[in-house]
Design a protein around this ligand. Sequence first.
Ligand code: SF4
Ligand code: SF4
Length: 373
Amino acid sequence: MLDQFEKQLEYCTYCPRLCQSACPVLATEGNEAHAPWGIMQTLNMVRRGEIPFDEEIAALSYQCLTCKACTEQCHHGNEIPPVLHEVRKLAVKHDLAPPEITGFLEKFHRHNNPFSKDLLQKLKKIVPAKYFQKDTPVIYFASCTTIAQCPEVIRDTFELFEKLKIDFVGIYPESIQCCGYPLITGGLEDEFVELAEINFNTFKQYKTIITGSPACVYTLRETYKEYALGLGSRVVSINEFLEPYLHNINYQIKKSIRTKIIYHDPCYSCRYLHEVDRPRELIGQVTGIQPVEFNHHGEKTACSGQGGCYSIMNKDVSDQICKVRLEEVYEKNIQTIITQCPSCIHKFRKNSNHLIIKDLVSYLNDCIEGTKD
Ligand code: SF4
Ligand code: SF4
């Protein structure tokens, strides 16, 4: 068991803890058993057959945000999340997964999304009917978390398209609301493959699939490929899509855009998709200003606490991790956070009273008045 990860497990087992300042779970809990080396040492003992693979070990694999902050500080570039994803799959297969995970699956099954709601009906209230069309080469994939938790981002995206005279993007008019990311990160592989096949067969007809959620971009572009369901370069982030339009179109800027903002890099944007400069360039391009930076930004960003499926199991610690990130915003006396992940937006909103938390596209839409003809 886990022999394919021998190198990663051995590195962490004998490591002088080079990533010890990186892990938000360790920093918040102070529990070395949940540090990168703590989890990996235990799993290495399972690999060597020194301890059994049981419910306790299965639960341990969920004590990680899969944020990859440790990888950034590791001289070997060791990646913990792929090891834990494999352990989670084994946990589910052997009926050892924590009850929170099996409960999550029951909830998911009701409407093929983690919110147990018919999100298509909600989406239809957010976006004008004219955008719901199949016969277009370019489709916008509204992530389920965005529809459920920050629907204004979708409305703002289509408003921005109108301002930039982009009139060829449609929304798939039938029920597809989750890319499957929460399933695969939770180890629910069979269910993930079932959903991915449905999505693949729908999306393969399109030339371009745009999405505003970095975890969805990564899942549709990279994770699907691992299951021979690759959509490849047809999947683009909203930033990639908007970049040439914002560069080439002559638009008017509103006068009241001088608000001081701070930019939070979501883990999936910067450490999985390596999109670090582009959001800053888009802000600079449109407004002429640069956002204030967190002490840990770009590839060295800190997780909002909502990464992976960590909060399903560890709600309080997850909120605590978020509050640590927000402390810096208060210290810097900034009122507005711009970011680009629906889970981060929701988490920050839940854990702050008076801050304004906005998606990058909503912010750009606020700043742009319309095109100059
Ligand atoms: S991730 Fe790298 S730095 Fe961290 S414990 Fe493992 S080997 Fe060491
Ligand atoms: S991926 Fe993130 S939460 Fe998991 S061990 Fe590494 S730093 Fe800690």
